[in-house]
Each structure stands twice: as structure tokens, then as C-alpha cells.
Design a protein around this ligand. Structure first.
Ligand SMILES: [Zn+2]
Length: 433
């Protein structure tokens, strides 16, 4: 009797924590790995310099994945006799899905959606975004292949298809992996209340009937917060459209008041909507304007803080002086990133999922309190990048998988699969389909 080749899936990291999923699909002599992030644990107080390979493994910030990482980093050679075809994929550019991509062996191709592939090198220009690659200068980003959406990528007997999806990271994608006899779908991070629910539904339709559906389930993490809508943190915003509308409403309701804001750098789409919909002229900090120019070729009004070095690629013409912004109470909506005590008293600052992100970061509370001290109103306008529990059920019902594996959540056991089995793998566990 000959043993037929089987599809094996190994779950290396990111199972009962929010972020850092690392999963391998293997068939015969071919295998693929997704994603390549680092679990975010600010409470450890590690700086990028502390994060050598041993430390990352010790704190389970990355998975101990054999035969993918650079030999120069692990000290262990890749078994090229066993594996003839290898590739990796990252779903989107959030650090818990991308920060470790430079650890991937330079001999293994890395794929991502085109926006992710173009933005990451620009974000990592100073070497302060991704973990460093062995034998390269700071600021190096290993090659990322910008995949064509939905077009099969052959990795030996495995194919990967990268589908546009929706999340609060610009250009987020989902993945469908096919082996000769099985179909596996991985959501990356996903939601139905963003700008492109239509893309999400298409990806889910293509995933329908998957033998294995691996979904992020961040939304099941806080069963005790079911009544979020009554809590004081809830800002009344249910989706990205409502968020932009609220930014516009605040400008119209405050015709003579300084208004500043900040957003997260990788949520480019939210920023583009704020720029296009705002009645005021939106002025970005030069670093953000440079990121958008370098990665997307888009130019916007910008300013420099005092004594900041200039970016050679930014045209001088749309520059606005910092002093003009500090004195303004009607013309501009500008991105405040530092020296918050220089803001005009009585002004309004909109914090839209910018850093510090929230209560779990020790920097958050003092940051918020500082505004009150200077008599500037602090307003948090949040919109989650993740499906809530109801959306999760809808997502699973559109796929109706034979096996469901919820990952990227504090409580995978709360996510059910009414259409088949549900498996809750342990860290490092393999399952054979
Ligand atoms: Zn994400």
C-alpha cells in the first residue's frame, strides 16, 4: 500500500493571543507559511534592540518555525532535501502580521497584496518598523513580491491566491491555499463594517466549502464587554463611513476653533477619506506626507515641526508653516504628533486609533490627561479593524467550513462552527486534513 500525501497544517503562533498568527500548510515537498508578525506585548518593555531571535522565541512573540527563517538568524540550516518548494505570505502590514518578515530566509519568496508590498519598505525606511535582516543595514526591507489579486501562485503542488479584503490596514488581504485535495482559507484580519464589505463577501464566497477555515476572531476576546455600547468608551461610531462623517460634523459644528487630529500610519484609507471629505484644508505632518508620497505617489499639504530635517522628495509648494497652524482656528484640520502643550486653549483634538492606541498601553492615560491640563478637548473616534461577534457568525456562515480554527483571539473556544468541526490547536500542533 502506498501512503497518499496528506495536507498538514501546523499552528506555530498567534492562537490565544491577539495577533501574530504563524501557520504552515505543507503537502509532499512543498510548504507555505503565513503570516510573519510579532505579537505585540508593550508590557515587556522590550526595545527593538532587545529583540534578538532567542528573546522573540522565549516570549512567544514569534513561532518556532523550522525551515523558513534565515539560517544567519537561527544558526540552523534549512532542510532543502525535505522541502523543494517554499513560499511565505503576509496578509497586511500591521506589525503583528509583518514585523518579522526580515527573518524569513532570503532564499524563500515572500508574497503580499500590492499595497502592502509598496507601503512596507516606505514604512521601514528608518529601520524602526520591521525587525532587522541579518547582514543588512538598518532600514533594509527584504523583497516582497506584489501579487496580482486572485491569480494563482504556484509553490510546487500548492497554490496560493491573494484576495482583497477589508481591515483597518490599507490593502489588507485574505488567502486561499489549495493543495491537490484540500482548500484552506485564512482571513488575515477582517471586518464587514469597513470601506469594502463587497470585497470581503467575494473572498468569503471563494472560500465557501473550505476544508479548513482559519479565521481571526479578535471580536470574541471580551465576552464581558458585550454591553460595549453602553460604556463610556463607545463613541457612537459603527463603521468607517460614520467615522468620516463625524470628523466632518465636528468641523462644521466648530467654525472658530482649533481642530487637530491624528490617525495610525498604516490606516491610509481612513486618512484619504478624511482629506477628501473635510471642509477644512487637511495638513499632514511631513513624515506622513512623505510616506504617502513615497508609497503611493500622492502629494498633500504638510508641515515640519521646528528643526526637523527636510524630505528631499516633498515639493516645497504645499508646505504650511507650523506657526500658521498653531495660530489657526478655522482654516486647517492638521495632524498633531508632538508638542501637544503648544495647541491653542479651547481647541479640539481628535484621536482616531492613533498611538498610543489605548488603555493597555501605559503611555495612554498620561497622554489623554495632558490635553485636559492644557484645556484642549480630547475626543477619541475609533472604528475597529475586526469583525465583532455578530459579524464573525456571518463570516463563518458564508464559508460553511468542514473545519473551523479560530485564531488571533483571547477566547477561541467561544467561536462555534454550526457547519462542521471546530478545532482548537495548541501552539506548535499539526493537524492532518
Ligand atoms: Zn491587523
Amino acid at each position: 500500500m502506498t501512503l497518499r500525501d496528506k495536507t498538514t497544517v501546523t499552528f506555530y503562533n498567534g492562537l490565544t493571543t491577539i495577533g501574530g498568527p504563524m501557520i504552515e500548510v505543507a503537502y509532499n515537498d512543498s510548504h507555505v507559511l503565513f503570516d510573519l508578525g510579532e505579537v505585540y506585548r508593550p508590557e515587556l518593555g522590550l526595545s527593538m534592540d532587545d529583540e534578538d531571535y532567542q528573546t522573540l522565541i522565549k516570549y512567544q512573540l514569534i513561532g518556532e518555525v523550522p525551515d523558513f527563517y534565515d539560517e544567519k538568524i537561527t544558526g540552523k540550516a534549512i532542510d532543502t532535501k525535505r522541502w523543494k518548494h517554499s513560499a511565505a505570505y503576509i496578509s497586511h502590514l500591521h506589525l503583528d502580521h509583518s514585523k518579522a518578515l526580515n527573518l524569513l530566509s532570503p532564499t524563500i519568496p515572500l508574497y503580499a497584496g500590492p499595497i502592502t508590498a509598496h507601503l512596507l519598505p516606505a514604512l521601514n525606511e528608518k529601520g524602526d518598523f520591521l525587525l532587522p535582516a541579518a547582514g543588512h543595514e538598518k532600514g533594509y526591507t527584504r523583497p516582497i513580491i506584489a501579487a496580482e489579486y486572485k491569480k494563482p501562485i504556484k509553490v510546487g503542488e500548492i497554490t496560493m491566491e491573494i484576495w482583497p479584503s477589508d481591515h483597518d490596514a490599507y490593502g489588507a488581504t485574505g488567502l486561499i491555499v489549495k493543495t491537490p485535495d484540500k482548500k484552506i482559507s485564512f482571513t488575515g484580519d477582517i471586518r464587514l463594517h469597513g470601506y469594502h464589505p463587497d470585497w470581503v463577501h467575494e473572498f468569503l464566497a471563494a472560500s465557501k466549502g473550505a476544508d479548513l477555515f482559519i479565521t481571526e476572531a479578535t471580536g470574541s476576546s471580551w465576552p464581558e464587554r458585550k454591553n460595549e455600547k453602553q460604556s463610556e468608551e463607545f463613541t457612537g461610531i459603527n463603521n468607517e463611513d460614520e467615522l468620516t462623517q463625524e470628523v466632518v460634523r465636528l468641523q462644521k459644528a466648530n467654525p472658530k476653533r482649533q481642530i487637530t487630529f491624528n490617525t495610525y500610519p498604516t490606516n491610509v484609507e481612513r486618512l484619504l477619506r478624511i482629506i477628501s471629505d473635510s471642509p477644512r484644508k487637511v495638513v499632514l505632518h511631513a513624515k506622513r506626507a512623505h510616506l504617502l508620497h513615497k508609497s503611493l505617489g500622492k502629494e498633500f499639504p504638510y508641515y515640519y515641526l521646528p528643526e526637523e530635517p527636510k524630505f528631499a522628495d516633498l515639493n516645497p509648494e504645499p508646505e504650511v508653516s507650523y506657526q500658521d497652524l498653531l495660530n489657526d482656528d478655522h482654516e486647517f484640520l492638521w495632524q498633531a504628533v508632538a508638542y501637544f502643550d503648544q495647541l491653542m486653549e479651547g481647541g479640539l483634538y481628535i484621536h482616531s486609533n492613533a498611538e498610543p492606541l489605548g488603555d493597555f498601553d501605559p503611555a495612554y492615560k498620561p497622554f489623554v490627561e495632558n490635553f485636559a491640563k492644557h484645556n484642549v478637548e480630547y475626543k477619541a473616534l475609533r472604528c475597529s479593524g475586526h469583525a465583532d461577534e455578530g459579524e464573525l457568525q456571518e463570516i463563518i456562515s458564508e464559508v460553511q467550513p468542514a473545519i473551523l480554527v479560530p485564531v488571533h483571539t483571547l477566547h477561541p473556544e467561544l467561536v462555534e462552527n454550526p457547519y462542521g468541526k471546530r478545532i482548537l490547536p495548541k501552539r506548535g500542533q499539526s493537524i492532518t486534513l
